[in-house]
Design a protein around this ligand. Structure first.
Ligand code: 3PG
Length: 205
């Protein structure tokens, strides 16, 4: 597994989830994230320009850690890796994606909200799992209950995380990092400001 990717995410413990509607948004948004002190982006395959956006991000923002999100099948995973994504995130857990990432030595953060899904993740060698949508699936209390059975697992909760509850999630030692789109929903100035606030909150925990 790629140790440096997990170490880089641990440094910030916040992963901004980005949905680019058009390529025009890529450079100003990423620049704003860097200005806000959060050079990490999970660029999601929710829009057609995800692959192109990842390519631009990787080539033009070498100081950033760029991953692909909402990767829901092997084909998207292969494309994201070909475009230069350094980590792969899925809303659910896919053994096929896990296998590709294992072969490429890339960290895979697949989504798990049940014991069965976590058992599948562990059998695929994945001990950091996304927990999505966190708020709807019981939030911190649910992750803590799951953790009793899976002490080796750490979590990336996303879905319903904001400036208001970020600290609470990060205060738990089994929270690997939190993810969310709240930081990148406004224009560049707002993005920089929200990233700065998120970094400050994470540091203060
Ligand atoms: C994700 O893909 O992780 C989520 O869409 C993030 O959830 P949020 O939009 O509620 O932050």
């Amino acid at each position: 597994m790629n140790i440096s990717v997990t170490e880089r995410i641990r440094r910030y413990r916040v992963v901004p989830v980005v949905v680019f509607q058009s390529i025009d948004e890529v450079r100003p948004t990423l620049r704003a994230m860097c200005e806000g002190g959060l050079p990490v982006a999970e660029i999601t395959y929710r829009t057609d320009c995800a692959g192109e956006a990842i390519k631009i991000a990787v080539n033009e923002f070498p100081e950033m850690l760029i991953g692909a999100g909402t990767v829901i099948n092997a084909e998207q995973c292969r494309e994201a890796l070909a475009c230069g994504a350094k980590f792969i995130v899925s809303p659910g857990f896919s053994a096929a994606i896990a296998e590709i990432c294992r072969a490429e030595n890339v960290r895979y953060l697949g989504g798990c909200v049940t014991p069965t899904e976590i058992m599948t993740a562990l059998s695929c060698g994945c001990d950091i799992v996304k927990f999505f949508p966190a708020a709807s699936y019981g939030g911190l209390a649910a992750m803590k209950a799951l953790s009793a059975a899976f002490p080796s697992v750490t979590f990336l909760p996303t879905g319903g995380i904001s400036e208001q509850n970020l600290a609470e999630y990060l205060a738990w030692d089994k929270t690997f990092a939190v993810g969310g789109s709240w930081m990148t929903k406004g224009g560049p100035e707002e993005t920089a400001e929200k990233c700065r606030t998120a970094v400050d909150i994470a540091r203060s925990v």
